[in-house]
Structure formats: structure tokens, C-alpha cells
Design a protein around this ligand. Structure first.
Ligand code: ADP
Ligand code: MG
Length: 476
């Protein structure tokens, strides 16, 4: 038997390279790279491939075997015969990358259990599973979601600094790091950025990133395959565990229980855990109290809604990235109008780009208003007099009815004047309209209120502060 190591490696390397080109990077790294070829007999075509787990072996057999045989036969110039050996050892170096890649490229981000089971029905019940490495537990990190591409502003600076700290520390600076905030504000972006940074700095740390939803499906599957033990073991042996959108497991008791134990085991071993959610730990409904309290033990960092300046900054960085030519005026318009979340802001830019590319028209304000009319309409939250009255009443612990009433006590007239003043300054309503909204007063009453507020601001510091604060809170 010819078993020159150099020769056999060269053939297998060539086969692997072609498989990589054929099936893509993610599939390659998940399934094909970990295959270790221990023997190729060039005279008989006998080839022995070592695979870390039975589950992987079966997957490779059903998905890639035909191509492996075809390519090998071509190189060997005779029919190749393949024998698989399940052996953990030889592949440790191959799978040693810090970030485990997506195991199954075809699995969409959101999968229903039924679909999931259909996809995997070829896997027989007795197969042990490699939960962490195998089953799509780790999404391929999005290469756009790096710290470099993250624009920092007041609203996200704490979350950003905390994420950087975790990514750059040798140890575990706080456990867990809990990131929360509304949709589209950059939680997932920051988690991926942590993943990239750790992979770069300390490639030996095993980092797992997955959504809470995927965690649940994997757990359910391990129950189904009666393989909970190895599920537990594998999850508890990672260095960094990131679970995105943990609100998903609220109300799902057994998943929550399992997550709680995994979480505790990792924290006890001083492994870093990073969790994101749409609310703070204490506000997460459907989560057990012990879980809420445990999640709040480390650093809880919230991401606030974006400010105008941050949105403008993000737009500027994105147009650079997309090599888009958009006048500043249009950017300012967008940053002003689309205040809901960054994802929507990005969507608007991409649509503008597509439009400009297709039609060849320059992007002007008119064109923007036209092309994005639906998005703009959805974001058009013009400030109403009622909004102002509500905010002012809330601030002074009054009822809106007090502001529109005829009562003349000073603790009511001052807030009422402020509300009138703000209605004049912040809306485009006419004086009579404003008057009508304040219990049928006339336009002179509004003029009087505006003058009164302006003069009091000069003499009464506390009053001036109240007005400024309310102005800032209401200005959109
Ligand atoms: P979340 O997970 O909080 O819902 P994502 O992280 O998915 O939000 O962010 C939505 C989109 O907005 C992503 O494309 C992301 O890159 C972008 N994004 C959010 N915040 C920022 C930021 N500060 N700088 C640059 N891009 C951002
Ligand atoms: Mg997200």
C-alpha cells in the first residue's frame, strides 16, 4: 500500500479545495474541513476518512459522498472506495476555529419545528448529536457587523463600551453582559462584533452565538433524540456563549430551565455569557424571577432610541460603505424623518440606491420623498397639542384636564402657560387652534402665555430648566 503522507495529503487537499469551491465557505468549514484523511491507497482507490461524530458522518454521507467519490476517482484515475471512521481526535485542529460556523447553510434563520424535523428526517434516531458544532447553533457571523462599522453616539455608548470591554478582556469583566433595547438598534450587530473581535484576538476561545429560538429548537431536538446529556455537556464547555433575543424563551418553561442551568454552569466556571433582549431583565415578562435576577447580576447595558445626530452619523457611514452619492440635505431629511430604528434607515438607503441605479437619476429631495413615500408616511409622527399636554401634565404631576380647565392656581397656570408656549413653538397650529385645544381660550391668551414664559425664563432658573427639558423631550 502506498501511503506516502505527502502524496495522500496533496490529493485530499485538492479534493477539499474543489469541494470548498463547489459548496461554499460555510458548508466547507462546517462539514468538509473537519474530515481527516488518514489513508489513500493510490493503487486500489481505498480511502479512509475520519469524522469526529456519527452524526457528521451520516450528514456527509447523505450530502457530500457522491461528490467526494467522484472527485477522488478523478484524481486517482480509478474508482475510489471510501471507508468512514468516527474518531474525535484528528479533527481537533481542523475545528479549532474560535467561531463555529453555521452547520447547515440551507437552514433559514427562522425555522419552524415541523420544517426542521422534515429537513432532518434522514437522521436516524440512534444518532448521537454534536449539538454545538453540528446543528446550526452558530450562525455565520455577518461580516458587516463589526466594531469598525458601528457608529457610536450617546444612545448606545454604554452598550458599545461594554461590548468592547468583553471582546478585548483577557478574562471575564462582567458576567453576564446583558444588552437590551428596542428593535433595530444594534444589539445583534454588537454581539457579532464581539464574536469577530474575540476570533481575531484569541482564536482558541470557543465562541458560540445563537438566537434563543435556535437554542430552544436544539434543546427540543436533543430531547427527541434522547441525547440531552451531550447537549448539556457541549453547551457547558464553550468559552463564550452569546444568546440573542432571550425574550423568546419567556413562557417556555423547560427551555428556560435548561438555559438557566447552562447559564449557571458557565458563569460558575467563569466563562463569558452575553445575552440580548428587547427589555431589561426585570421587565421581561414570562421569565422566572430567579432567572431575571440572575440575568441582572453582571452589567446591564441598554441601547436607547437613536438621536438625530446618531442617525445622521450612521447614514454618513452607510453611504460611504455603499458608495452612494446623496446630498447632505437629503441625509438630514432622512435622519429627521425616519426616527424609528436603524434597520429602517438602512432600508431607505438601499431602496434609494436601487432606484438611482435602475433609473440613473440623481438622488434629490423630491425623488427621495417620492421613492420613500410609504416609509415616510409610516414615520410621520407629527407632534400634536395633545402630546404636549400629556407630557407637560406628566412632568408637573397634573391631569391634562387641569391644563384645559379654567382654574387659576399658580401650580396650574404655569404649566398651562408652558404647554401653550410649547404648542406655539413646536407645532404649526394657529393661535386660535391652540386656544381651542386649551378649553376654548382665544388667541390673545396664547400670546400672553408665550410672553409670560419668555420673561419668566429670564428670572426663574428652575422654571427655565423645566421649559428647556420639556422642549428637548418633545422636539422631534
Ligand atoms: P437589533 O438586533 O437590536 O434588532 P441589529 O443589530 O440587527 O438590531 O441592527 C439593525 C441594523 O441596523 C443592522 O444592519 C445594523 O448594522 C444597523 N445598526 C444598528 N445600530 C447601528 C450603529 N450604531 N451603527 C451602524 N449600524 C447600526
Ligand atoms: Mg437582533
Amino acid at each position: 500500500m502506498e501511503s506516502l503522507p505527502v502524496k495522500k495529503n496533496l490529493v485530499w487537499e485538492k479534493v477539499q479545495t474543489l469541494l470548498q469551491q463547489e459548496f461554499g465557505e460555510a458548508a466547507y468549514r462546517s462539514w468538509l474541513q473537519p474530515i481527516y484523511c488518514s489513508t489513500i491507497d493510490t493503487s486500489t482507490g481505498e480511502t479512509i476518512l475520519s469524522i469526529p461524530t456519527k452524526f457528521m458522518r451520516d450528514w456527509i454521507k447523505t450530502h457530500y459522498l457522491d461528490r467526494i467519490i467522484a472527485l477522488l476517482s478523478e484524481f486517482l484515475e480509478r474508482p475510489a472506495h471510501i471507508e468512514f471512521v468516527v474518531d474525535k481526535k484528528p479533527t481537533t485542529t481542523a475545528t479549532d476555529s474560535a467561531i463555529q460556523p453555521a452547520a447547515n447553510l440551507t437552514a433559514p434563520n427562522v425555522i419552524s419545528l415541523q420544517k426542521y424535523q422534515q429537513q432532518n428526517k434522514s437522521i436516524s434516531e440512534e444518532n448521537p448529536n454534536d449539538w454545538v458544532g453540528q446543528y446550526n447553533l452558530m450562525n455565520t457571523l455577518d461580516s458587516r457587523f463589526t466594531f469598525d462599522n458601528f457608529v457610536v453616539g450617546k444612545s448606545n455608548e454604554l452598550a458599545h463600551a461594554a461590548a468592547r470591554r468583553v471582546a478585548e478582556s483577557e478574562g471575564v469583566p462582567f458576567n453576564p453582559l446583558f444588552l437590551y433595547g428596542g428593535v433595530g438598534l444594534g444589539k445583534t450587530h454588537l454581539m457579532h462584533a464581539i464574536g469577530h473581535a474575540i476570533a481575531e484576538r484569541t482564536p482558541n476561545r470557543r465562541v458560540i452565538y445563537l438566537s434563543a429560538e435556535k437554542f430552544m429548537y436544539a434543546f427540543i431536538r436533543s430531547l427527541r433524540f434522547k441525547d440531552v446529556m451531550s447537549f448539556k455537556e457541549q453547551f457547558r464547555s464553550v468559552d463564550v456563549l452569546m444568546i440573542d433575543d432571550v425574550q423568546f424563551i419567556a413562557g417556555k418553561e423547560s427551555t428556560q430551565e435548561e438555559f438557566f442551568h447552562t447559564f449557571n454552569a458557565l458563569v460558575d466556571q467563569n466563562r463569558q455569557v452575553i445575552v440580548s433582549a428587547d427589555k431589561s431583565p426585570s421587565d421581561l415578562e414570562g421569565l422566572e424571577d430567579r432567572m431575571k435576577s440572575r440575568l441582572g447580576w453582571g452589567l446591564v447595558a441598554d441601547i436607547h432610541p437613536t438621536t438625530y445626530e446618531l442617525r445622521l452619523g450612521i447614514l454618513q457611514s452607510k453611504i460611504e460603505f455603499l458608495s452612494l452619492n446623496i446630498p447632505d440635505k437629503v441625509l438630514e431629511f432622512l435622519a429627521h424623518k425616519i426616527a424609528s430604528n436603524v434597520r429602517e434607515l438602512e432600508g431607505a438607503l438601499i431602496r434609494l440606491k436601487a432606484h438611482a441605479d435602475l433609473t440613473g437619476h440623481a438622488i434629490t429631495l423630491d425623488l427621495t420623498q417620492d421613492v420613500l413615500s410609504d416609509i415616510l408616511r409610516a414615520n410621520d409622527k407629527t407632534l400634536s397639542i395633545e402630546d404636549i399636554q400629556k407630557k407637560v401634565a406628566e412632568h408637573f404631576h397634573l391631569k391634562v384636564a387641569d391644563l384645559t380647565s379654567a382654574r387659576r392656581a399658580q401650580n396650574i397656570t404655569r404649566p398651562r402657560h408652558i404647554a401653550m408656549y410649547l404648542a406655539k413653538k413646536l407645532t404649526s397650529k394657529s393661535l386660535p387652534e391652540i386656544g381651542r385645544s386649551f378649553g376654548g381660550r382665544d388667541h390673545a391668551a396664547i400670546i400672553h402665555a408665550v410672553k409670560r414664559v419668555e420673561s419668566l425664563q429670564k428670572t426663574n432658573h428652575e422654571f427655565a430648566q423645566d421649559v428647556t427639558l420639556l422642549f428637548k423631550m418633545l422636539d422631534r
